[in-house]
Design a protein around this ligand. Sequence first.
Ligand code: APR
Length: 177
Amino acid sequence: MQNLFLAKHIYCNLGDITQLDCDCIVNAANKSLLGGGGVDGAIHRAAGPQLLTECRTLGGCETGQAKITGGYRLKARHIIHTVGPVYSGSPRDARLLADCYQNSLTLAAAHEIHTIAFPAISTGVYGYPLAEAVPIAFTTVSQWLSQHPESDMTVILSCFHRRIYEMYQVFARGKNP
Ligand code: APR
């Protein structure tokens, strides 16, 4: 599936993030960084066992933070692992989810990454409602890109399901009528 333009330097893609040919894909991991289900499981399966070997050296990751590894068997050169908040309905959730996108983008820029794909962090196992997560993801990415023009970064919002693919488009249209 082709990348669909949403806004300047922001696209969305309907499909499997592990198949994307970009500099870096982001993993919605857990604090152990030792793999799991969902996109975490898909990325570890596609990248191969060397990914887990490297992850074991990272010492875990706090919620909202991000760490980087190689991409191994993926087309992507790098994987950035970030840990989203488990949805609880507290105002802190939104801050932590925004931190995942901001810290991943800052880490990517520091590694000369120029194309990065994000799954919809926390919207699966961690229960973040799409209606709340989509605006946070799009707005945080859009603000970071406008604050860091020197990064020459392009962001792909990877959607495993059509519903979220459509929600990103509706939200982006609302922001850029
Ligand atoms: N490509 C793109 N997106 C995917 C893929 C994939 N191959 N597989 C799943 N997704 C989407 C889900 O549909 C959801 O929209 O990624 C989003 C995040 O869902 P999860 O993978 O469940 O991640 P999250 O909600 O952040 O929960 C993290 O789940 O897998 C475990 O180890 C992980 O404990 C951690 C928790």
